[in-house]
Ligand binder design. Structure first.
Ligand SMILES: NC(=O)c1ccc[n+]([C@@H]2O[C@H](COP(=O)([O-])OP(=O)(O)OC[C@H]3O[C@@H](n4cnc5c(N)ncnc54)[C@H](O)[C@@H]3O)[C@@H](O)[C@H]2O)c1
Length: 365
């Protein structure tokens, strides 16, 4: 996946001239009455309508917002392709501090812009937008997912996201140790929020020894209290977690950039598989991991449970159908490791190749 940064000229270059296949459409939206300024980027509709969330964020500049929308939309094409969804990739960003400018009027105006695309782009929640916001957007736009169960939506996606990450971890164990189980393995989970705490439950049930950390003490305490038998222990911070002796798996489930020049050299784990988005801080980190013999399960592959859920919502949400789809993350992760081995490339690169292959085949079909 190419990086898009900065100036409008770069953005235009990516849009119209990128040899890696630029974006299909970018829409700039403005509604003066409500203060809405948004960018909707559609990277690809090769596999179906573009699907991706709405990020509400106080960008430093309008150029930065466009660049982020383009990057995120491209990432969604790859994620949706490997999740086996009949959806292309898109993303929207609303410019501004959600705590200051978010209003019903603004979200309705935003919904009208998404609706004007006639279904080429389907929206959902992302950083800064929530289920309640999507309920409002949906009043103006039927191509809205991530709504509350009361409004026909699927609600919180963290249950299936954690389930999918667990499938990716089982695949990693199968690839490395010849057994699709974490029984007897030591697994470190950094960030036990919505996704992380469900992941801990899967791991305990599977018989793993779990080490957790979180900046919120109450989140750690809640889990330790639930598991007084010693199967879950805690360390002070992520820095300590990644150095735990005998750690088999490291699961970053907090913020992006967890894998970088400072952390990779000191990781004790043999596998990295977690929910956090954008774990590789910069291109090249995937190779550093491979050089150290650490197996990396690409983040956008294993954390696809959430997008599988929102895609399903368009057809009337069915939890069991979604869970069956999210179980396939196991097979996809295994296929990526096999491809990486065959081509002599890191799994992150193999994942990109598989996604590109699926998109190219759809274009020919
Ligand atoms: N929720 C989903 O369905 C979903 C889907 C795909 C990807 N993700 C990604 O997974 C990650 C976790 O998502 P979530 O929904 O659980 O978010 P969350 O906010 O509920 O949980 C994140 C947790 O990480 C903790 N944290 C923050 N900084 C930390 C640090 N430096 N060290 C240790 N802990 C820290 C927070 O206190 C919080 O408990 C995010 O990167 C998110 O983008 C989530």
């Amino acid at each position: 996946m190419t990086e898009v940064t900065g100036a409008p000229a770069d953005v235009l270059h990516t849009l119209f001239r990128s040899d890696q296949g630029g974006h299909e459409q970018v829409v700039l939206c403005q509604d003066r009455a409500s203060g809405l300024k948004a960018v909707i980027a559609i990277h690809s509709t090769a596999l179906g309508p573009a699907l991706g969330g709405t990020r509400f964020y106080p960008y430093e500049s309008e150029e930065a917002a466009v660049a982020d929308a383009l990057n995120l939309a491209r990432g969604m094409s790859y994620k949706n392709a490997l999740a086996g969804l009949d959806h292309g990739g898109g993303k929207a960003v609303i410019i501004g501090d959600p705590d200051k400018i978010k209003s019903e009027e603004l979200l309705l105006a935003y919904g009208r812009f998404v609706a004007s695309l006639g279904g080429r782009y389907v929206t959902a929640c992302d950083v800064g937008t929530y289920v309640a916001d999507m309920d409002i957007v949906a009043r103006e736009c039927r191509w809205t997912t991530g709504r509350s169960p009361e409004q026909g939506g699927a609600g919180d996606s963290s249950v299936l996201t954690a389930f999918g990450v667990f499938q990716g971890m089982r695949a990693s164990a199968q690839h490395l140790w010849g057994e699709a189980s974490l029984r007897g393995r030591k697994v470190g989970v950094a960030g036990v929020g919505k996704v992380g705490h469900h992941l801990v439950e899967h791991l305990v049930e599977d018989g793993a020894q779990v080490v957790i950390t979180d900046v919120r003490e109450e989140s750690v305490r809640r889990i330790l209290d639930k598991h007084p038998g010693g199967e879950v222990t805690a360390v002070a911070d992520t820095e300590a977690l990644i150095r735990v002796e005998g750690l088999d798996v490291y699961a970053p489930c907090a913020l992006g950039g967890a894998l970088n020049d400072a952390t990779v050299p000191v990781l004790t784990a043999k596998v990295v598989c977690g929910a956090a988005n954008n774990q590789l801080e910069h291109p090249g980190v995937e190779k550093d991991l491979a050089d150290r013999g650490i197996l990396y399960a690409p983040d956008y592959v294993v954390n696809a449970g959430g997008v599988i859920q929102v895609a399903d919502e368009l057809h009337g949400f069915d939890f069991d159908r979604c869970k069956a789809k999210a179980s396939k993350i196991y097979d996809t992760t295994l296929a990526i490791f096999a491809r990486a081995k065959r081509d002599g490339i890191p799994p992150a690169a193999a994942a990109d190749r598989l996604a590109e292959q699926r998109m190219a085949e759809a274009r020919r079909g």
